[in-house]
Design a binder for this molecule. Sequence first.
Ligand code: ARG
Length: 466
Amino acid sequence: MSRKRTWGGRFRKETDALTEAFTESISFDRTLYRHDIEGSIAHAEMLAKAGLLKPREKSAIIKGLRGILRDIEAGRFEFRAEDEDIHMNVERALQERIGEPAGKLHTARSRNDQVALDLRLWVRNEIEAVTGRVRAVQSALVELAGRYAASPMPGYTHMQRAQPVTCGHWLLAYVEMFERDVERLADCRERADVLPLGACALAGTSLPIDPRVTARLLGFGRIARNSMDAVSDRDFAVEFAFCLACAAMHMSRLASDLVLMAASEYGFAILDDAFCTGSSIMPQKKNPDVLELIRGKCGRVIGAMNSLMILLKGLPLAYNRDMQEDKEPLFDASRQVSACLDVLAPLLRQTEFDEVRMREACGRGFMDATVLAEYLAARGVPFRRAHRIVGELVGLAESRGVELAGLSDEDLRRAHPLLGPDARKVLGAAGAVLSYASPGSANPAFVRREVAAWRKRLSRPAGRAR
Ligand code: ARG
């Protein structure tokens, strides 16, 4: 037995089963149930205030909606594909529960502004949750940075040994990246914080509503200033996807660094067994699969952002059903990023670094050459000349199979009279890192100061998004 559809007044024929299966979104937009109901409750409050619902009708609607919410959360609710989407599923259930007054809930509202509202509420909520997870990863990094604040390790450019840095400094670079992600999320929230309700299908309504009431109830900072924009704008979703992609990109780079550092060729990082997996054929293997998957999922999240932009780029105003396709990539991106952040924090907390291996690696590759050139520059030698002089010393040392510290006092003085025994202080990784003096450099003293500052900052109650 087929039922008449909510919108079925003008239809003479039943919906084809293929059409129903093809157009339904309940299989994925049920994710929005809480926001849909929260939005409907606020809408009902506003309608009552505007005189469009009697107090008794409002109470029945709100009571019915709360019951539906409870049933969904208890897993007792039956979602039906024939009711298309979350909005109609909730409305149909309300109709069944309370009868007539349910038919008044959709006064001065369209699914077009309703879905825009639900998605904005969802994004606001996800931003808060993702921010908390990024904070946990930052905390793990800061604790590691504190532990290895003074441990020299090779720094690379072009994947070639460049200059010694400290392990803590390298770790804090990622803390900075994730901080920008947190800032971007907060910024994105600003633009998501607009109530689209009241736009109705696209033009607004002739009914005497006051969206400012609904906005206040739902904690929105602003109401939409243009109804056509309100129902067709998905910038906030694209922006959230970008924030997620950016955080995923940072995790991916960190994963890449760690995969290399955990390889036996480097042997700098020691990953905990609990966050590695084995090989089905090679008994000796301990693989960094978790990190590799974090890197892999990043592609998927960037894909979601691309999908959204491509989805929107050709759409005429105002609402088009194409927009229904915004949800799956967006939901997936947020779920994947959350899963990555959730596993990354404990993985980092259990990671150790081999200070001996890192120090040994710093002992090769003439990584102190730059500070030696700077030693001369500080004493008045033009840097270009200092560069050449030290370059020649590197050539000499290389031909003898030694590092710069392995050259004799005589070799150094012959290269330049200013290269006396005092110059040896900047040689070797330990000397080099201690010589760094610029703000933001890898000097252990700076790293310790930064660690203290980050600890303080991260211990402050997470910037409550609402
Ligand atoms: N499921 C739809 C979406 O996700 C809801 C809005 C439907 N509006 C409509 N006029 N068909 O976009």
